[in-house]
Design a protein around this ligand. Sequence first.
Ligand SMILES: C[S@@+](CC[C@H](N)C(=O)[O-])C[C@H]1O[C@@H](n2cnc3c(N)ncnc32)[C@H](O)[C@@H]1O
Length: 290
Amino acid sequence: MSKTLTASRTAVLVCQGRAAADGLVAPDRFADPTAMPLLRPDEREAVEWVRDGTPPRQWRQRVDYETVRASRDMMVPRTVAIDDAVRERPGPQVVILGAGLDGRAWRMPELAGATVFEVDQPASQQDKRERSARLSGRPPAFVPVDFRTERLSAGLAAAGHRAGEATTWVWEGVVPYLTEAEVAATVAEIAAGSGPGSRLVVNFQTPAASIGFGRLLARVLMASTGRSTVWKNEPWRSTWTPAAMGRLLAAHGYAVTRDDALAETAAGLATPVPRRSSLPHSCVIIADRD
Ligand SMILES: C[S@@+](CC[C@H](N)C(=O)[O-])C[C@H]1O[C@@H](n2cnc3c(N)ncnc32)[C@H](O)[C@@H]1O
């Protein structure tokens, strides 16, 4: 299987979504002051348009505006659901799987006493190392692992993770990029590294025909500006029903404590749930091991 040689573009898009929302959307429940500093100047442009709420007139810029706005609508409920789950059980070890430009290690005071590991495929992680030099605070231990070709447990052990002790695992926005078999293999690796008291917070997409239509539309819109979408090199490979994900976790000793449909989280925050977006088909499961 070939290695991914370029940094993740989807990681940039979700970071743009958080930067667009910070301080403006559901400010009593959502904040991510690390998002804007993690972006490069050209990536901040569309974020500023969304923050201003002024759709640009030029078509190419308008497509970027709509893309970042859709990301913002997804990222607010997703971040709130996952932050709440991490706050309830923050460590002593936290592993962020497919971390991308996640700023939790720097921004969450609840993680101050935890040892935080960030796992990502090597090119994305190198990109994160360069960008995060701008952030203040204690950086995580960086663990380069490609879930499709490498052993997570070996990488974590080499970085000092203690497999027999409690770990809070955050697996956000990554499951769709793995096949069912790769997801199952990664859950087995997570389970092998989970001592008593561990928690797994996993976000995934449920099957829906409208997602294929949404992707096609995004592709056509981007193509009309002479560019490719961020999903060109990061295709979706699996979707899961909450029941199927629950069964997989149970087979590895994790009992589902909560199952959050992000559309409901968004409704509770009074943030938008665009019907044709992937938000109505996005879930977060919180599973614990005694
Ligand atoms: C949509 S981004 C999500 C980033 C971050 N979790 C967040 O929500 O902000 C997808 C992330 O998954 C990572 N990823 C995708 N496939 C991977 C693989 N096979 N092994 C390791 N990381 C992978 C990408 O590098 C990228 O950082």
